[in-house]
Design a binder for this molecule. Sequence first.
Ligand SMILES: COc1ccc(N[C@H](NS(N)(=O)=O)Oc2ccccc2)cc1OC
Ligand SMILES: [Zn+2]
Length: 262
Amino acid sequence: MTGKHWGYGKDDGPSIWHQNFPVAEGDRQSPIDIMPQQASHDPNLGPIVLNYDHCTSLNICNNGHSVVVEFDDTDDRSVILGGPLDNPYRLKQFHFHWGGKGCHGSEHTVEGNSYASELHLVHWNAVKYRSFGEAASAPDGLAVLGIFLETGDDHRWLHTITDALYMVKYKASVTDFKGFNPKCLLPSSLHYWTYLGSLTTPPLHESVTWIVLKEPIAVSERQASFECSCSLGRKRIRGYAWKITSGPPSLSKAGKYAPPIN
Ligand SMILES: COc1ccc(N[C@H](NS(N)(=O)=O)Oc2ccccc2)cc1OC
Ligand SMILES: [Zn+2]
């Protein structure tokens, strides 16, 4: 994150971010409110492919804004490809946007409805750019996979993360977190919406191809009420994307098309 301070309070929150980050007034700012009926189906969009099997997680840290699991992105062992992407994008980190007690923390909304939380897997285009930093300020530099979390059954794999959180309860704490494969956090369907947007926090670079999965994953109330000193607030919704295309049916396990989730 750049040296400039930002937060979610009344004097450092989203409504004044534009003072230090003028791109906040840009025309492809995220998050947005997704209106499925207005999403146009683009038949040229194939399914997204997640090659995370040689998962290369390194550590889990609390950067004061969220809890982040960082990955070794020195090669293409963990990448996302397909869908709207022209190249494979390397997994750099994932993080959550949690609400506080009882309030929803998702950044994107669907027809005005927010979810308990939202998981973001941040990837960068290592084919075209030499570093994450360089990619982060290029219009096709980043791809973020967004997954909604709703309260329901206990999520058996989320425990590995919430258990580790107690080790990074305070800002700037880091602890080893190796061998975690984020594939265990995916819903059964990879149906998605996609649009060109931005980072939802400063520096708000308009460099993100957003891929938001339609199907949420279920986590228990207790898992969703996770709070630490890093709980993010919520950025206000900035309008809506002029063009949002929903991905094609994805191959279900049986190899046939799963019904669309709308
Ligand atoms: C690897 O470097 C970065 C990675 C990501 C983001 N911003 C990211 N934006 S988002 N929500 O659109 O993914 O937000 C946060 C929010 C909390 C924690 C970490 C990411 C910024 C980064 O460096 C500037
Ligand atoms: Zn995020």
